[in-house]
Design a protein around this ligand. Structure first.
Ligand code: FAD
Length: 348
């Protein structure tokens, strides 16, 4: 059985609000664990507009979504949070000792004194194929994340999709000498970087990659093993069904946000957002805070700047609860030895 991680602070979501939450908790001397369904930090800033400019972060006249996240991560480094990427927080329950049992979709478990829900518009999870037959192969013959393609078992691969991830996966698989690779999409057009699409075209012209213009309609199992994928069935523009022999199908169809389990945690919600007290950003469940796009209060604006403010006050509130006999003062990073020590910039 896996061990349980005990922590003072667990943050759900590594978007800008969750990252700033970890920084502010660090200033209060509280180290955090951060869980995100995505394989990297950044939330909407990375998933929805990584290369687009943001102009309304104070003192940062312009930064792309990716650059903002890189800067937040750099600023956060001294606080040494523990990141757990590619995992969904699926269950949360308050214990008799007022801490929280938190379970992830891979079975990992935490006991947390405080939980900070920074879940934005929900967990970003990969879009699944809407085919009943797909379920039997999910996680084995059918994958929804590219992962490390150099060591993926199998020799015959079909990649589904038209975005950067799908095109890059094909280009990367083509480096495996023995691999036979097909890219399946309903149109002969791709939404990836020009250089990646050009490389894809070269591979197709050289016969290294088969371009299949059609739609997946089903899966065939191997005749001797019902659990093993043998072929992907696809429909062409004339309505004819074909079979493509494959060991692995990698469906990279984009991601969509899902509020999912948060709706079942007994939190007071308004229009699917967690209602909070604006003095502390605590929800109706003591010890559970909600910050960033996931919360609701009068006057709420879904802006990164607002999430930063909310996380700051939530960190003060949690520190006060953790150390009830102490007066949690407002200290300045400019002048406080304690804060500078926590930032790793203190005098030697
Ligand atoms: P998110 O960024 O949504 O991050 C939440 C994270 O939580 C996600 O990574 C998600 O995978 C994870 N998560 C959720 N549930 C779970 C779970 N159960 N388990 C594990 N992980 C989970 N704001 C500005 O201030 N200025 C701008 O210029 C600006 N431009 C924008 C442009 C676009 C196109 C969009 C879509 C938004 C823009 N915004 C802008 C809004 C801004 O991006 C959001 O306010 C901000 O990202 C909210 O941050 P967050 O950390 O609350 O949530």
């Amino acid at each position: 059985m896996r061990s349980v991680i005990e922590t003072d602070a667990l943050i759900i979501g590594a978007g800008p609000a969750g990252l700033w939450q970890a920084f502010q908790l660090g200033l209060q001397g509280i180290r955090a664990h951060i869980v995100d369904a995505l394989p990297e930090a950044g939330g909407q800033c990375i998933e929805l507009y990584g290369d687009k400019p943001i102009y309304d972060i104070p003192a940062l006249p312009v930064a792309s979504g990716r650059e903002l996240v890189e800067r937040l991560l750099a600023q956060l480094r001294p606080m040494q949070p523990a990141f757990h990427f590619g995992r969904l927080v699926s269950q949360l329950a308050r214990r008799d000792d007022e801490r929280f049992d938190v379970t992830l979709d891979d079975g990992m478990r935490f006991v947390a004194r405080f939980v900070f829900v920074a879940a934005g518009v929900g967990a970003f999870v990969p879009r699944r194929l809407m085919l009943d037959e797909a379920r039997a192969f999910e996680g084995r013959g059918l994958l929804y994340r590219a992962g490390d393609l150099s060591s993926l078992p199998g020799e015959r691969f079909a990649v589904l999709g038209d975005g950067p991830e799908a095109v890059d996966a094909v280009v990367s698989l083509a480096r495996r000498e023995q691999a036979s690779i097909a890219l399946v999409h309903r149109r002969d057009s791709f939404k990836a970087e020009a250089a990646s699409v050009a490389r894809l075209r070269e591979l197709v012209a050289a016969g290294r990659v088969q371009l299949v213009i059609g739609q997946p309609v089903g899966f065939d199992a191997a005749t001797d093993d019902a659990a093993r994928l043998a072929a992907l069935r696809w429909l062409d523009a004339e309505g004819k069904v074909h079979a493509l022999a494959v060991d692995r199908v990698i469906a990279l169809l984009g991601i969509s946000p899902k509020l999912g389990p948060i709706a079942e945690w007994g939190l007071a919600l308004e229009r699917k957002q967690v209602v909070v007290d604006t003095a502390s950003f605590e929800s109706n469940v003591p010890g559970l805070y909600a910050i960033g796009d996931i919360n609701h209060y009068p006057g709420k604006r879904k802006l990164i700047l607002c999430g930063f403010h909310e996380a700051t006050l939530a960190a003060f509130a949690a520190a006060q609860r953790l150390r009830p006999d102490e007066r949690i003062a407002t200290l300045y990073t400019t002048t406080s030895d304690v804060l500078q020590q926590r930032l790793g910039v203190g005098r030697a």
